[in-house]
Design a protein around this ligand. Structure first.
Ligand code: PGA
Length: 258
């Protein structure tokens, strides 16, 4: 089962970087220039939430989109330290990453992720839903694990909400390394076909065909094109390399060229 053709999605996950707003602005500058006027690619910057308002206001007219790196599942109330999906919406963010492995490692489980996905889509945000195995065993048991992550995360999600999902396949062992240690585009392609099949058993073939499945885990300038062409990735979720504005700009240009 293959995906419907659409704009490539380039998502930058800055994680807990940089330390200064002034640096965030500097990183953004070349990205903004590269994204301007590009029709074939949608660029989503997910900086630390505290920088969002400033960066969004500086990016008017650039075509850049913004997102949060996480969100809470309630919209308001006594939840110290949490951020509401509506807050993201109201400041002009359109996306949110949910279920990133770095959050799962800090105790976030499928049930919480499921609630977050429901709350975020209800608030009108698009969700970049991350799944990925910690280890890949020869017997293929990790596929069961991925199936469980996917089905539990999407449990009871209404169909219109499912249309707001972007699935990010990020094998944990490939995160935060170098391009040489990333997954292979060929394997990503196989994995995406498998995940799309599982998604189709929940939401049907039509919705599954239009589900964007993106790859994340040590994407750099070196291997980005390979994932988009040979891996047929609908887009890329990029961590460390996205903190180099010039490098992300290069990836945006090459993604726009296909
Ligand atoms: P990385 O991070 O590109 O540094 O591997 C990707 C991610 O964790 O989303």
């Amino acid at each position: 089962m293959r995906q419907t053709k659409r704009k490539r999605l380039i998502v930058a996950n800055w994680k807990m970087n940089p330390l200064y707003l002034s640096d965030a602005r500097l990183i953004l500058a070349p990205i903004k220039r590269a994204a301007r006027g590009q029709r074939g690619v949608e660029v989503v910057i997910c900086p630390p939430a505290i920088f969002l308002t400033d960066l969004i206001s500086r990016s008017e007219g650039s075509g850049l989109k913004f997102g949060g790196q996480d969100v809470f599942f309630e919209v308001a109330g006594a939840h110290t330290g949490e951020l509401s999906p509506l807050m993201f919406r109201h400041i002009g963010a359109e996306y949110v990453i949910i279920g990133h492995s770095e959050r799962r490692q800090r105790g976030e489980n499928d049930g919480i992720i499921n609630k977050k996905i429901k709350a975020a889509t209800r608030a009108g945000l698009k969700v970049i839903f991350c799944v990925g195995e910690a280890e890949r065993d020869g017997a293929g048991d990790y596929l069961k694990f991925l199936t469980e992550q996917l089905t539990a995360g999407l449990q009871g999600l209404p169909r219109p909400a499912a249309e707001k999902i972007v699935l990010a396949y990020e094998p944990l062992w490939a995160i935060g390394r170098s391009a040489a240690e990333a997954d292979s585009p060929a394997h990503f392609l196989e994995q995406a076909i498998y995940l799309r099949k599982i998604f189709s058993t929940i939401f049907g073939r039509e919705l599954a065909m239009s589900l964007p499945i993106i790859y994340g885990g040590s994407v750099e300038v070196k291997n980005a094109a390979d994932f988009l062409t040979n891996g047929e990735a609908a887009g890329l979720l990029i961590g460390h390399e996205s903190l180099r504005g010039d490098r992300l700009a290069e990836i945006i240009k090459l993604a726009a060229g296909f």
